[in-house]
Design a protein around this ligand. Structure first.
Ligand SMILES: *[C@@H]1O[C@H](CO)[C@@H](O)[C@H](O)[C@H]1NC(C)=O
Ligand SMILES: *[C@@H]1O[C@H](CO)[C@@H](O)[C@H](O)[C@H]1NC(C)=O
Ligand SMILES: *[C@@H]1O[C@H](CO)[C@@H](O)[C@H](O)[C@H]1NC(C)=O
Ligand SMILES: *[C@@H]1O[C@H](CO)[C@@H](O)[C@H](O)[C@H]1NC(C)=O
Ligand SMILES: *[C@@H]1O[C@H](CO)[C@@H](O)[C@H](O)[C@H]1NC(C)=O
Length: 216
């Protein structure tokens, strides 16, 4: 770390890169660590847990154990993302299905986790495939609580843009989707995402248990 001797600003940047690069060299030999290296260069400020609205939709156990086919439905729609400093993400979403042919609304709740990378061009990619088998999506007809189907979910994400900024006294993360449209504003719930995340490992095939897919 002999490079850490100039102004504090570049010192911070240089040291951060050095530390992350160091951690990467020590812990992994594949792509994920490179994402961290680039994240430092790209000034990534998204580490933490983020949620829309009043934070009723959150990553982590508050919405049940999706990998065990048990979602607890939140009482409002919303999005939540957690991003760790060591390259893992988790995502929870509860929305109305815009495609439902049924005249009644159909609700969709989904959950997945995996690794993410921040690219130098300002985009973010999320890769749940590293824990393929953990993610779940459940659709439910709002007018008949009995018809509920749960499936495996494993959907890599490309977010073209990201921005972290102050917004009405809160800190906001705005993600731009692959098609240029923006996801709703998410606010910082915690800068320690571990409070709102399942273990950053393959849960379905771990000591926590192995679970069968099915209908509920
Ligand atoms: C998973 O689901 C089964 C059956 O519903 C339940 O008995 C078990 O406690 C659940 N395990 C976890 C970790 O949620
Ligand atoms: C939704 O749930 C949260 C806690 O889970 C509660 O604080 C809030 O009052 C609920 N909102 C409504 C409209 O029921
Ligand atoms: C809606 O339909 C489009 C086109 O068939 C599909 O790509 C998309 O995944 C669907 N969205 C949902 C939430 O089912
Ligand atoms: C950044 O690069 C990725 C991978 O090549 C690409 O998919 C994405 O569209 C690019 N983002 C922008 C904003 O150009
Ligand atoms: C699941 O666990 C078993 C036993 O530890 C192991 O042999 C298998 O490779 C694991 N599967 C995956 C996809 O990690």
């Amino acid at each position: 770390m002999t490079a850490c001797r100039t102004s504090w600003r570049s010192l911070l940047a240089t040291c951060l890169v050095a530390v992350l690069f160091d951690a990467w060299s020590r812990t992994t030999g594949h792509g994920q660590g490179l994402g961290l290296f680039v994240a430092a260069q790209a000034g990534w400020e998204g580490v933490g847990t983020w949620s829309t609205g009043n934070g009723n939709v959150l990553t982590g156990p508050s919405l049940g154990a999706p990998y065990n086919n048990s979602f607890i439905y939140p009482n409002v729609t919303g999005y939540s993302f957690s991003f760790t400093s060591d390259g893992y993400f988790e995502q929870t979403q509860f929305t109305w299905n815009p495609n439902a042919t049924d005249p009644h609304f159909e609700a969709i709740v989904l959950w997945q986790h995996g690794t993410y990378e921040v690219l130098t061009n300002g985009s973010i990619t999320t890769n749940p495939t590293v824990f393929n088998g953990d993610g779940r999506i459940q659709t439910q007809n709002a007018c008949s609580a009995v018809s509920s189907n749960i499936y495996y979910y494993n959907e890599p994400g490309l977010y073209q843009t990201w921005a972290v900024a102050p917004w009405r006294g809160k800190t906001m993360l705005r993600l731009g989707k692959y098609d240029g449209s923006l996801l709703p504003r998410m606010y910082l719930v915690s800068s320690d995402p571990s409070q709102f995340m399942f273990p950053t490992k393959f849960i379905t095939n771990s000591s926590i248990g192995t679970y069968q897919i099915g209908s509920s």
